[in-house]
Design a binder for this molecule. Structure first.
Ligand code: ATP
Length: 616
């Protein structure tokens, strides 16, 4: 938790974000194209529409020359009206084609990102536990929302804008040369001068964009951490409001500075562009005038006007294309970041030949299992035990001994580092993941409930269950009466993470959820937190039958639970140091006796029927 609240950003993305620019390789382009490929027909239509709109948009400029020469200077009113009508008609048409183009554009962009978003979500759902414990939620959400949103803008904006601007330049230049090559060359000489300041401005903007993105991630992180249910509680409990507010304010202040700098970067260079763009037309008037008056080059006033108009139409696209360089790099960075996520290997996967047996019997064996989270420190060392159908194993041990890790390995939230775990004789790495997890029900200490109704939370375990089945499970879990007593019964909203329910109610609801799922194996991570004795005994009454009837593994903190187990494993620093039945272990002394004296006997007070069991 502490780490999550620290300032340092964790995970591999930080390393990536340090890179200045994305590497644009053929492979990257190919990969981007693979997302566009399914829509090549629509994209071809977009290109066609762009081409048509570009030509149509330039036509009125060319018609202006004829309006001047034939209509105004030629003093022909009929012709003037016709040309004006034509010009207006063409403008209308080009706008209509533009409309079609932006519709097609948006459609394609939306569909491409629709697919990308779904793929990303599915990919993230399949990521291992480690991924979620090492990545901040804020980063994941940014990737899922603003980055993919960015892709949509890239496709609908950057890509089409590059094509459309480049086309405008080509068509306008061709039309200018067709009029008069000298004037066209004079006009175009100005254009390459624009490229000079672009590189520096582009770089400055790029760095700022990157920084702004990091700052934004940080701000999102702070918001996610402090405004989450558990985060805000932590802030309150440690009285860190002022600290968090200051931290947020600082990040916010930096963001403001960055945003201002980002928006100003490149302005000075636009200023240069602006100046150049007014010099261009003047040069054409001057050279055109000289050519027309001194050299009688066959130029008309209309021609000169057309050239000036066409030139003025070029500045926009040149300007846009110059800025496009930054957009382009930014887009490539966006794709690179998204692909990085897609490329994260799934730690735990179904092998292609994964087996899905008809049913699970529930014979579980751990054979010399060792495990390390970080590849350095072994959390579990040479764990072996077996559990046959219908029996119960209790795992006890001090905090941090590795009890929960055993459960995580059985559920394949992580894969073992050495040894193997088998279910009914098959290595679980060869079993279909869904099959494995469907047949194992887990009641954790920290009950996770969705912010929905009690009914919906229950149905998550078995979507098709009817009311009678829901109630049956809730009766067995000793929660039915409590639910019935609520004004809205099963339709009661549980609140964010189920916070509107008491700890005991949540546990019982989670037991009901597992009963409803009706798995072959149940795993019960008994809450260490002390509940009042009524809650405690309600839970015990619910759990007992579950443990008696099923293959179960219990991380036990209560005497009564230990007593109900067929075998007790005493875990210390990742090793099983003692094993056996309660009375034998107690006679042995050692860690078990210590635990009994410190932990279990404390829990005795809350356990009505436990005393006699223990004495017997
Ligand atoms: P408790 O009774 O307090 O829940 P436990 O016996 O269940 O403890 P585990 O949760 O299995 O212990 O943790 C064993 C060790 O593994 C601890 O030292 C813990 O720091 C470490 N650990 C647990 N989860 C992770 C993880 N996701 N990444 C890295 N280390 C972890």
């Amino acid at each position: 938790m502490q780490q999550g609240f620290g300032r340092g950003r964790s995970g591999f993305l930080t390393e990536e974000e340090k890179l200045d620019r994305p590497q644009v390789t053929a492979a990257l382009i190919k990969r981007i194209l693979s997302y566009l490929a399914p829509y090549w027909k629509q994209l071809a239509l977009v290109l066609l529409a762009i081409l048509l709109a570009t030509v149509l948009r330039l036509l009125p400029a060319i018609l202006t020359g004829r309006i001047i020469d034939e209509g105004l200077i030629g003093r022909d009113l009929g012709r003037l009206a016709l040309l004006i009508g034509l010009s207006v008609g063409v403008t209308l048409l080009s706008n209509l084609v533009g409309l079609l183009e932006s519709y097609l554009n948006t459609w394609v962009a939306q569909h491409i990102t629709f697919n990308m978003r779904n793929r990303m979500f599915r990919h993230l759902l399949g990521m291992g536990q480690r991924f979620f414990t090492t990545n901040r939620q804020g980063d994941l959400i940014t990737r899922m929302t603003s980055d993919i949103q960015g892709v949509q803008q890239v496709i609908a904006g950057t890509f089409t804008s590059i094509v459309s601007n480049a086309l405008t330049l080509v068509v306008a230049a061709a039309a200018m040369y067709q009029r008069n090559w000298i004037l066209a060359t004079v006009g175009l000489v100005i254009v390459p001068l624009f490229t000079l300041p672009t590189r520096r401005a582009g770089k400055a903007r790029w760095t700022l964009t990157r920084e702004a993105q990091e700052r934004q991630d940080e701000i999102n992180g702070i918001l996610n951490e402090t405004l989450s249910v558990s985060g805000q509680l932590l802030v309150k409990l440690f009285g860190r409001e002022a600290y968090e507010a200051a931290r947020y304010e600082e990040a916010n202040r930096q963001m403001v500075r960055l945003n201002i700098r980002q928006s100003m970067a490149g302005r000075w260079f636009r200023l240069v562009l602006g100046t150049f763009s007014s010099i261009g037309p003047m040069l054409i008037y001057l050279v055109g005038g000289v050519l027309m008056m001194r050299y009688d080059a066959g130029l008309t006033v209309g021609d000169i006007t057309v050239l000036v108009t066409l030139l003025s139409r070029m500045y926009g696209p040149v300007n846009a294309l110059m800025n496009m360089q930054v957009d382009w790099i930014r887009s490539m960075a966006l794709f690179t970041r998204i692909f990085e996520y897609f490329d994260l290997p799934r730690e735990v996967t179904n092998t292609p030949d994964a087996i899905t047996p008809q049913s699970m019997k529930g014979d579980i064996r751990f054979e010399g299992v060792s495990f390390s989270y970080d590849g350095e420190r072994d959390i579990l060392k040479d764990i072996s035990f077996s559990l046959s159908n219908g029996r119960t194993v209790a795992i006890v041990g001090p905090s941090g001994a590795g009890k929960s890790t055993i459960i995580s390995l059985l559920l394949r939230l992580f894969d073992v580092t050495a040894g193997r775990i088998t279910v009914d004789g098959t290595d679980i790495r060869k079993l279909d993941l869904n099959f494995l997890r469907e047949n194992i029900g887990l009641v954790t200490q920290d009950t996770y409930l969705f912010n929905a109704s009690i009914r919906d939370n229950l149905l998550y375990a078995r979507p098709g269950a009817n009311q009678a089945e829901l109630e049956d499970a809730c009766i067995k879990a000793n929660i039915h009466d409590s639910i019935k007593a609520l004004p809205r019964g099963y339709d009661t909203q549980v609140g964010n993470r189920g916070l509107k329910l008491s700890g005991g109610e949540k546990q019982r609801l989670s037991i009901a959820r597992v009963l409803l799922k009706d798995p072959v194996v149940t795993v019960f991570d008994e809450a260490t937190s002390s509940l009042d004795s009524i809650s405690e005994s309600l839970i015990q009454q619910a759990v007992r039958p579950m443990l008696d009837q099923r293959t179960s593994i219990v991380i036990a903190h209560r005497l009564s639970t230990v007593l109900a187990a067929d075998e007790i494993l005493v875990l210390k620093e990742g090793r099983i140091v003692q094993r056996g039945a309660h009375s034998a272990l107690l006679q042995q002394g050692g860690l078990y006796r210590q635990l009994y004296e410190t932990q279990f006997s404390l829990s005795q007070e809350g356990e009505a029927g436990a005393e006699e069991g223990w004495q017997g």
